[in-house]
Design a protein around this ligand. Structure first.
Ligand SMILES: Cc1ncc(COP(=O)(O)O)c(C=O)c1O
Length: 335
């Protein structure tokens, strides 16, 4: 990444864009990234925005219209909540990862006279629980009800799917699927890519206020993301190594802690109360493990937790040590 950045600077790529995309902030690096991202993720078009938070806000304030319905998963990210609140559509919460609950809400809304378009918002991999959405089932619901499915891939991009294309790789390019790939997590850069049908991207370019009225993202960052996408394609060993580490950690969690894993690189250890979570986090940090305690309102009341996020910065030995340390402190700090 460092060499790619130096190379981009030497090619004359600007650090700052200097203006909105619609005025003088548009840069060939943005356009090159968007073209490459659309091809890589299999979407008709991609739009590069400053980050995932603002991209969710942009999507949910611009696309659902007055008279529409937005059904969202109970554990959806805070940025979606901001977008829904500031948006024009009615919004209703569905139980977590429950396609049937989404369908019941849509049917009930139609029965009561709802006439507009329906939008369903989910994450492909939930940030605080590490579990995967039942994407195929949500898509089937969306198809049955002529609805759009918005999939936030923040935690799956670069980690899951062929070449790290995410968990929605098989569905991108469909006319009712909109995916958000953030660039600040596994891609190691900054920004976000909205991948969607061209007609929706065109609508966002002309109607989405965060796209129109914000200074365009750094062209240099667009170069960084271009390089990160290249790395996903040319160095698949990174993705494989993380997958093996995740599998290893799950096995170790069961044998050393008697605990089931989430199936992903995000491993929540739900400990209940706030004080216990923070005490355990401090204990693990004192042994050198960078594990944070997560409390309400980020997670539901009574489900405070340690959030273990596995990355390529650690190896199997460190994972084993961490799990032993966790087991010891869980025992020493009973509920
Ligand atoms: C699921 C999810 N969506 C969106 C975001 C926001 O993305 P960004 O950090 O790029 O603004 C985050 C967290 O950062 C996230 O966890």
């Amino acid at each position: 990444m460092r060499e790619a950045m130096i190379d981009a600077l030497e090619r004359g790529v600007a650090v700052g864009s200097g203006g909105s995309r619609l005025l003088r902030g548009n840069h060939p690096e943005h356009e090159a990234l968007e073209a490459e991202a659309a091809t890589f993720f299999g979407a008709e078009r991609a739009l590069f925005l400053g980050g995932g938070y603002i991209a969710n806000f942009a999507l949910l304030t611009a696309l659902p219209q007055r008279g529409d319905l937005l059904v969202y998963d109970a554990l959806i990210h805070a940025s979606c909540h901001e977008g829904m609140r500031a948006g024009r559509a009615e919004y209703l919460e569905a139980a977590h990862n429950d396609p049937q609950a989404v369908e019941d809400i849509i049917r009930d809304w139609r029965y009561k006279g709802g006439k507009g378009c329906v939008w369903i918002a989910v994450e492909s991999l939930y940030s605080m629980d590490g579990d995967r959405a039942a994407l195929a089932d949500f898509l089937a619901v969306a198809d049955r009800h002529d609805a759009f499915l918005l999939i936030d891939e923040a935690h799956a991009t670069g980690v899951f799917g062929p070449m790290g294309r995410g968990l929605s790789a098989a569905y991108e390019g469909r006319e009712n699927v909109i995916c958000l790939h953030t660039c600040g997590k596994a891609l190691g850069a900054h920004g976000a890519l909205i991948c969607a049908p061209s007609v929706l991207c065109e609508f966002l370019v002309n109607r989405s206020r965060p796209f129109i009225y914000a200074t365009a993202p750094s062209p240099l960052m667009a170069s960084a993301v271009r390089h990160a996408l290249k790395l996903l394609q040319t160095e698949p060993e990174r993705q494989n190594k993380l997958a093996n580490l995740v599998e290893f950690a799950h096995r170790e969690l069961v044998t050393r802690c008697g605990m089931e894993g989430s199936g992903s690189q995000i491993l929540p250890v739900i400990v209940g109360g706030n004080a216990r979570a923070m005490k355990l986090a401090a204990a693990l940090q004192s042994h050198g493990f960078d594990i944070r305690g997560i409390r309400p309102p980020t997670v539901p009341e009574g489900t405070s937790r340690l959030r273990i996020a596995l990355t390529l910065h650690v190896d199997e030995l460190q994972v084993t040590d961490m799990i032993d340390c966790l087991a010891m402190h869980l025992k020493a700090n009973p509920q």
